[in-house]
Design a protein around this ligand. Structure first.
Ligand code: ADP
Ligand code: ZN
Length: 828
């Protein structure tokens, strides 16, 4: 018997892959990418992934045996493991960090997992032979007590390693990993009717009507009512239409009879979510300019270079994507459509499903773990014939890069400039766009970056002929567009022409927009009610107990909350410093704005979209549906409302405080502020009428605002690029940020100075810091940062190696000190 060893990636933040020994009985079960149960540390069991199979015993430790192999087939593909390797290497992350980011938790059975019966599984209808005897025992135990821990299962079966049986039951969709039902929102169901496809021809219809004659008058009436509605919509006889529309015309009786006779089909669906087996919306014909752009994009693909679609907001980028997706699907390829934020999925799903129906899969963190596992498996089985419907298009946030694609033909990165593509914490701190570019090379897939305001990094690549730029400079709908109005808040405050948080021009514009039945979007990048509380007598500001920030007042919950650690307390009635009761709330959060606007426009329906109001899965959808249908007239929100939204009826958009964006202490702040203003501007004037965007600022002459006013995008980019070149910032250099955290400020100072010294031996003047960041203490840890500016031509490998060496040197010199070093490559 041959002795096998396997290298395993364990789901822990440890620096290596570990070698385990394989019991001979499991020799035939080995395959790279399968899950195994291994012991790590004293007694804990974990789900790991087989990375490599070989015969080499480890040199420095005695290999433990693996406990079990979970899968009959690999759940992670070899190509994915190479992608994980690259990601871990480039972003200085541990293999286990990447595994944790990549694999849905539902695929990671740990000793702490609890199981329950899968709600969609029907015990009564099950074929007895479907389950093994042990599996039956578990199902029976679950019918007595609805959820069991692995320990419980272990007792029921009196065996130690229960994971393989649990894994098999999950695979058979009999059970699932326990998840608490957190959803409160129940989507509203709406009923739709369709003519049975057997009766859609004119002949068949005539036949039916003849048969009904005068005897079944009600049914004839119902059928005619149905057909009249279809005809009025210029639709086909096979279309799904609202049941309530038909009933309104002819009453219920005839409709019920037709459904019973299966002449009409009925389905109940979530409101606004009509899903066709195959999307039935015809793909829009592209305009001349759009077709030309499409041709240029394809020419670019032929050169095997990433293509950038630099198209103004509303120019029809999404329509072009739809054409590209369609071609890929026809080729039998998969498409990955990446967006920076979940808020954007709602409108896009509707647009994509209308055309591509059930072939569109959605993947992001608002989905439950069990749903994520289902999508993972669907993608894994792409093309095998085992899925009811293959997801050919995955729409998702950055984590969808990790899905097990086998035939990826195209990656679309929409709003590529958006910082939300970057993961901050935990490690791996990867950039969704950049990782997408790598993934595309790996799959030899095309990649298209889209934006109305491309990032400087991308512009620089275009300049250097590494990417191909395709421009789309006209808005699709004629007559739209937006006028920019800058409002000097100093002036309006001094002359007492403010209405709460609104300068007079903005207030007036909202008033006339509302009376013309138009809609308004207001942007403020602060959630909560008041960013800080201040004692009027002594100036004291309540701070978080463990972070160096003021507590934010949330009126709805009547709490003071820290946005960094979540610490929450009841608002004090007296000042904790001087004891008097003169506390006032200062600054403007979205909650406060909502309140002000409600007082100013009492008749109007208002909604707020921020992190607090969108915690549940359906919250975005409901907020956006209500805005789309005109149920709400004013939408107030944080950066979520600035991106990608496409509402034709919005005529006024307001940036309530542009200064916070302009004054942000970061070398990118001008670029980011500029992109923000242009994106916000793009939310108005998307219909056939001109819109207006109001920028409230106390720096009306600021150069960024000047460029926005004059619509000088290219000049702005040139100017900023020049500054970056001068100071050797990206895209001319690459940045690596090293943070050190410690509870002991003296130790922190010492360690960070020392590390900076080490690094200076190689990077010389390109080591900046150590410095305290803007917030110098979070969760009782003080933080210092060192910034490395690395030459773009330097070897990525050497840089990483040197950095690792120096960090390890520090660690081995200060073994007993308690601190943490984290590395952020390409911080944004
Ligand atoms: P972008 O993605 O560049 O912001 P969209 O694709 O959202 O632009 O287009 C803006 C609006 O114009 C959308 O409502 C879209 O449906 C419409 N539109 C764009 N191109 C076409 C076209 N060729 N035919 C019909 N409608 C179009
Ligand atoms: Zn805190």
């Amino acid at each position: 018997m041959e002795t096998f060893f396997i290298d395993v990636i364990v789901p822990l933040s440890v620096p290596y892959k570990y070698t385990y020994r394989v019991p001979a009985a499991l020799n035939n079960d080995l395959k790279i990418g399968k899950r195994v149960i291994v012991q790590f540390g004293k007694s804990k069991l974990y789900t790991g992934i087989i990375y490599k199979i070989h015969n080499q015993a480890p040199a420095y430790y005695e290999a433990k045996y693996i406990e079990a192999v979970l899968d009959e087939e690999a759940v992670v593909l070899e190509q994915q493991l190479l992608f994980w390797d690259w990601l871990a290497f480039y972003y200085c992350a541990n293999p286990g960090d990447v595994l944790n980011a990549a694999l849905p938790s539902g695929l990671k059975l740990s000793s702490q997992s609890t199981i329950q019966i899968n709600p969609s599984f029907n015990l009564e209808e099950m074929d007895y032979h479907y389950l093994t005897q042990k599996e039956h025992q578990i199902v029976e135990a679950l019918s007595v007590s609805p959820n069991l821990s692995f320990d419980d299962v272990s007792k029921v079966l009196s065996i130690k390693s229960v994971q393989p049986i649990v894994a098999s039951l999950i695979k058979k969709t009999v059970i699932q990993i326990f998840e608490e039902v957190k959803e409160k929102y129940k989507p509203k169901m709406v009923h739709y009717l369709q003519l049975n496809p057997a009766y859609v021809s004119e002949e068949a219809i005539k036949g039916l009507l003849d048969k009904f004659g005068t005897k079944s008058f009600k049914q004839a009436e119902a059928l005619l009512a149905f057909l009249a509605i279809v005809k009025a919509r210029k639709g086909s006889n096979a279309e799904w239409i609202l049941k309530s529309d038909v009933v309104a015309k002819c009453g219920n009786a005839g409709v019920v009879a037709l459904i019973k006779k299966e002449i009409l089909n009925e389905q109940a669906l979530e409101e606004g979510r009509l899903v066709f087996a195959k999307g039935n919306k015809v793909i829009a014909n592209l305009s001349g300019l759009q077709s030309q752009a499409l041709t240029e994009i394809k020419t670019g693909f032929d050169e095997n270079k990433p293509v950038v679609l630099n198209g103004v907001t509303g120019s029809g980028k999404t329509e072009i994507y739809i054409h590209l997706i369609n071609e890929q699907i026809a080729n039998g390829s998969q498409v990955l459509y990446l967006i920076p934020e979940i808020a954007l999925t709602t409108q896009l799903i509707a647009r994509l499903r209308a055309v591509f129906g059930e072939q569109v899969g959605v993947y992001h963190s608002k989905f439950s773990e069990n749903e994520r596992v289902e999508i993972w498996n669907n993608v894994l089985q792409f093309g095998s014939g085992r899925n009811k419907t293959d997801y050919k298009i995955i729409l998702g946030a950055r984590s969808s890069l990790f899905l097990p694609f086998s035939k990826l033909g195209l990656i679309l990165v929409d709003e590529e400039h958006d910082n939300s593509f970057k993961q901050y914490d935990p490690s791996p701190r990867y950039h969704g766009r950049d990782a997408a570019l790598y993934l595309a090379t790996q799959h030899k897939a095309n990649v298209l970056l889209g934006s109305a305001t491309p990032s400087l990094e991308t512009m620089y690549q275009i300049k250097n002929n590494r990417y191909i730029e395709v421009k789309l400079s006209a808005q699709h709908v004629e007559g739209g567009g937006t006028e920019v109005v800058v409002c000097d808040t100093n002036y309006y405050e001094k002359s007492q022409q403010m209405k709460a948080c609104l300068t007079m021009p903005l207030f007036n514009a909202i008033e006339s927009a509302l009376s013309a039945k138009k809609q308004v979007i207001l942007f403020q990048n602060r959630r909560g009610y008041a960013p800080y509380t201040e004692c009027k007598d002594c100036g004291h500001v309540p701070q978080c107990v463990s972070c160096d920030v003021s507590l934010i007042y949330h009126k709805q919950s009547n709490k003071l909350t820290c946005h960094y650690c979540g610490y929450t307390t009841v608002p004090p009635t007296v000042c904790s410093a001087c004891g008097r009761n003169n506390l006032v709330y200062k600054g403007l959060g979205t909650e406060k704005i909502e309140e002000d606007i409600a007082l100013l426009f009492p008749e109007v329906s208002i909604a707020r979209m921020d992190l607090d109001s969108t915690r549940s899965k359906y919250a975005y959808k409901q907020l956006l549906d209500d805005f789309e249908s005109g149920k709400t007239s004013i939408l107030i929100g944080t950066q979520m409302v600035t991106k990608g939204l496409d509402f034709k009826n919005v005529s006024v958009v307001g940036i309530l405080n542009a200064d916070s964006a302009l004054n942000f202490p970061d070398f990118r702040s001008f670029e980011k502020a500029f992109q923000l203003f242009i994106q916000v501007r793009g939310r108005a004037g998307r219909g056939s009428e001109k819109g207006q965007v109001f920028i409230q600022t106390n720096q009306p002459k600021h150069e960024v605002i000047k460029y926005v006013l004059n619509n000088e995008l290219e000049l702005f980019y040139e100017k900023i690029l020049e500054q970056r070149r001068e100071f050797f910032y990206p895209p001319f250099s690459r940045l690596i940020e090293i943070s050190i955290q410690s509870k002991d400020i003296n130790e922190l100072n010492h360690l960070s100075d020392l590390l900076a010294q080490y690094l200076k031996t190689e990077f010389k003047q390109h080591v900046l810091g150590p410095e305290f960041p803007m917030i110098k203490k979070i969760k009782n840890n003080y933080i210092k940062r060192i910034l490395l500016k690395v030459n773009r031509n330097d070897s990525v490998f050497k840089t990483r190696e040197f950095l690792h060496d120096k960090v390890n040197e520090l660690k081995s010199n200060f073994k007993n000190w308690n601190y943490r070093v984290s590395i952020n490559v390409d911080p944004v």
